[in-house]
Write a protein that binds this ligand. Structure first.
Ligand code: IMP
Ligand code: MG
Length: 187
């Protein structure tokens, strides 16, 4: 595995550049804020799905020019590898989101298990609204019907890393999103 810092370049192919991501995130924030204001919300409760959604959420909330309450939850649907599981376990859901205008922020919508499970849990808390924002949507992976309210980009049917997306905890720090070099992919 190439872990050297000099010449560190684990991506075979960049699919979404840092510049494209920044532009899209800003546009998403404008749409999210406009909808929240139109709904009469004075504040958005942003619930980021850790760990992958933290980078996206961090950039997104800094584009919002309104009051934000920020919390994160853990939802484990994937183990360390690339094979999905069928159920997701939610930990750290906020105690109270009753009557709060709530936005869930996640890195990627793939099978739908993570967001579907999380939204079921959160809906029980009776927020005034429950919206979802995903940076990437990989429609080919869907095993549960789920439509996000805000989508950054449609992602091809490939395993991608970077900007929060990981393989066993690695590559989240890459500023661009892309496909790993073959030598770095698990065999
Ligand atoms: P879902 O539950 O299958 O919709 O997937 C959501 C989670 O799966 C995300 O939080 C990611 O952690 C993970 N995931 C899905 N596809 C990818 C990928 O291409 N790269 C990295 N992680 C992924
Ligand atoms: Mg993840």
């Amino acid at each position: 595995m190439n872990k050297s810092i000099a010449g560190y370049d684990p991506l075979e192919r960049v699919l979404f550049s840092r510049e494209a991501i920044a532009l899209r995130v800003a546009a998403m924030a404008r749409a999210i804020q406009a909808d929240a204001e139109a709904a009469g919300a004075g504040e958005i409760t942003v619930i980021a799905v850790a760990d992958g959604g933290l980078m996206f959420a961090s950039d997104l909330i800094r584009e919002l020019r309104m009051s934000v309450r920020f919390v994160s939850v853990k939802v484990s649907a994937y183990g360390d590898g690339m094979t999905p599981r069928d159920e997701a376990v939610v930990t750290g859901a906020p105690e109270c989101i009753r009557d709060e205008y709530t936005l869930v922020v996640e890195d990627i919508l793939d099978s739908g298990v993570t967001l579907d499970s999380l939204c079921r849990v959160l809906r029980a808390g009776a927020p005034s609204a429950l919206r979802t924002a995903v940076l990437l949507d990989k429609p080919t992976g869907r095993r549960r019907e789920f439509v996000a309210d805000y989508t950054g980009f449609v992602c091809p049917d490939a395993f991608v890393v970077g900007y929060g997306l990981d393989l066993a905890g690695r590559y989240r720090n890459l500023p661009d999103i892309g496909v790993l070099r073959r030598a770095l992919q698990p065999s």
